[in-house]
Ligand binder design. Structure first.
Ligand code: CP3
Length: 343
């Protein structure tokens, strides 16, 4: 078993820097598109055999140091009673959005094994199939990012409705965050019991808030989720886009790893959060569209800056782009292992 990733999460010595790629199973892989030509995205998520197959594709092709369960952060939101659709090129659509306290009351807290059993089934099969290979990362969205999709009914540019509820109806916002925290704790707990060996928590849109609002109205719910997982003994990774201004607050999080977006050099992030955290990241996904020599130079730079952190897990600073050549992704993994080797 290649334990490099888990060792790095725990700050134990590693032979080289571990690497995996956000959205490593996805549309840039022809073998993924082959599965998608016969099944919708949600069908793949909800059919354990298909979710398992696409989860394994990048492990086999790229030689990454971890697998991440193939699913979506919005899957448990649908189980709460929110209609969910994906349309080509438009991103997710979630009904008419959330308006008032009655809409919050109408949301159910799912029972993971019953309502999301397909996720736990996929995790159990994956652990068997990955036994001699790499560890499996489970994941969930965090309450704020899930709330943004539920309130807006999809992805928006300005998050106007979300900001309006936070400002004009803070009790409704808090009730929603509370229900989402309860849902997320139960969901992640079930993933760990099924066999997930680390958990990445996605708070993609938290970076739209100023640090004071984030600290008062989001941080407590994130802490509730992260503490529950740490109590189970598996490493926790936190990701947010555009994280720089939040870093002075994020350093209060009870997590092992902070995933840093591509905008902030890792040494600058480390100077803010200190050496308590392992940092994950953060090559710009656009760089993978450049020639190999430039990619290697950029990866070497990320590795160099990552050395000053409490530890380093190489990744992109956000998801891999659909137009990336899979051969380039494979070459990146090889380059990180070669350039990151400790001797
Ligand atoms: O990283 C992995 O390989 C694991 C699988 C995974 C997906 N989504 C697969 C996916 C994970 C961890 C996610 C997380 C996710 N989903 C986030 C947080 C991370 C981030 O990217 O910021 C968010 C905000 C979502 C919501 C979501 N799902 C969006 C906005 C979209 C549409 C974007 C697009 O490119 O169309 C999705 C769909 C989605 N999730 C795809 C994949 C592979 C594309 C589906 C397809 O068309 O086949």
């Amino acid at each position: 078993m290649n334990e490099r990733f888990l060792k790095a999460c725990r700050k134990e010595p590693v032979d080289t820097v571990p690497v995996w790629i956000m959205r490593q199973a996805g549309r840039y892989l022809p073998e993924y598109m082959e599965v998608r030509s016969k099944h919708s995205f949600l069908e793949v998520c909800k059919t354990p055999e298909l979710a398992v197959r696409v989860t394994l594709q990048p492990v086999e092709r790229l030689g990454v140091d971890a697998a991440i369960l193939f699913s979506d952060i919005l899957i448990p939101v649908e189980a709460m009673g929110v209609p969910l659709e994906f349309h080509e090129g438009r991103g997710p659509i979630l009904g008419r959005g959330l308006r008032d306290r009655a809409d919050v009351e109408a949301l159910r807290v799912p029972e993971p094994e019953k309502d999301l059993g397909f996720v736990m089934a996929a995790i159990r099969i994956l652990r068997r199939e990955l036994a001699d290979n790499v560890p499996l990362i489970g994941f969930s969205g965090l309450p704020f990012t899930l709330a943004s999709y539920i309130v807006e009914g999809g992805k928006t540019r300005d998050f106007a409705r979300l900001r309006a509820i936070m400002k004009n109806d803070p009790q409704t916002f808090a009730a929603l965050m509370d229900k989402l925290a309860e849902t997320t704790v139960a969901y992640v707990d079930a993933q760990v019991k099924a066999g997930a060996q680390a958990i990445q928590l996605f708070d993609t849109w938290a970076g739209i808030l100023d640090p004071a609002d984030y600290k008062a109205r989001v941080l407590p719910y994130t802490c509730r989720v992260a503490e529950a997982i740490q109590g189970r003994g598996v490493p926790v990774i936190h990701f947010t886009e555009d994280c720089e201004k939040l870093l002075p607050v994020l350093k209060e999080l009870p997590v092992d790893v902070l995933s840093i977006d591509w905008r902030v050099p890792l040494d600058r992030a480390a100077a803010i959060v200190g050496s308590k955290f392992v940092l994950q990241g953060n090559l710009n996904s656009e760089t993978l569209l450049r020639p190999l020599s430039e990619i290697e130079a950029a990866a070497a730079e990320v590795l160099k800056r990552g050395q000053v952190a409490g530890g380093h897990i190489f990744n992109l600073g956000h998801g891999i782009l659909p137009k990336t050549n899979p051969e380039t992704a494979r070459a990146l993994v090889e380059a990180v292992h070669r350039l990151g080797a400790r001797n």
